[in-house]
Design a protein around this ligand. Sequence first.
Ligand SMILES: Nc1ncnc2c1ncn2[C@@H]1O[C@H](COP(=O)(O)OP(=O)(O)OP(=O)(O)O)[C@@H](O)[C@H]1O
Length: 330
Amino acid sequence: MDPIIETFAITKKYGSNTAVDAIDLTVERGEVFGLLGPNGAGKTTMLSMLCTILRPTSGTATVNGYDILRQDSLVRRSIGIVFQDPSVDADMTALENLRMHADLYSVPVSEQKARIEEVLELVRLEEKADAFVSTYSGGMRRRLEIARGLLHYPKVLFLDEPTIGLDPQSREHIWDYIRNLKKREDMTIILTTHYMEEADRLCDRVAIVDRGRIVALDKPQDLKKGLGGDTIVFGTSDGQALRDLLLQSRMAESVQIRNGEITAAVGNASVLLPRIVEAAAGAGIHIEYIHISHPDMNDVFIHYTGRDLRQEEARERFGRLAMMKRRRSR
Ligand SMILES: Nc1ncnc2c1ncn2[C@@H]1O[C@H](COP(=O)(O)OP(=O)(O)OP(=O)(O)O)[C@@H](O)[C@H]1O
């Protein structure tokens, strides 16, 4: 165990609203660590405190061994930050942006050229280095932000919603870069996201954040495994017979019949399915189709928070759309 971040009952209150509620958290060196939660859960606030942008109301944290309250400039020198709001200058070229940042972080002049080339290559923007950022796509700007966040070789890179607002292809690209970064020795990455797939595919460990608290924390596969098993849906006209068979043989933990389909909660579907099919054939039960689903991060989220992140996302998108329509019709 080699913790690079430790928080001690870290808390942020805005009046009576507790945005981050006494969180104790340890992040290990070299991890890609995700904070997953809906809008307003407290993810950005948590990150901002760790980056020394915001001061906690109470509690504290150490980053790379430095206290965020007493050693903020040492913390800042240890970290790279890529936040939601774009902060690269669109009226400058990528190269100019990176040079300015290198000066700001006192990267030795003799090393600047090589480092700038290195980070541009990492995010595959070498050929666009002399183009004005105003001509970049959203995904390219985000990649440039990541390059800039890396320029001074931070020990910890903070990424706040790294792929928000990007199309699926750009999102995949950013994921590739993050995976690449992970391979770089000694680098720890903390990211916030409200995309479950992102948390699942990128992160070594995920903390599910809800209303300022961490309600679950583990490796994505263990969070899913913790829900206890798979679901098998059978299409059959012999629903009642299949239901009785599944329950009597104890191959399913619970069974529901809905719209001519049987939904069975089982342990490990790939182990049980051949046995179920054989038993059903033996009992003369005709199965038309089978669909297996494994629990995903949304199921994990529902389990721990009682809410559906996917629905919240859709509602939010719908809300934004309605707002845009209202504006347009004015
Ligand atoms: N400057 C502020 N003043 C007052 N309240 C704030 C401020 N910043 C955040 N909050 C509140 O703190 C809570 C946590 O917000 P935060 O931005 O950390 O959530 P989040 O999980 O990062 O969500 P998002 O993805 O929307 O940024 C919310 O209730 C928010 O309204």
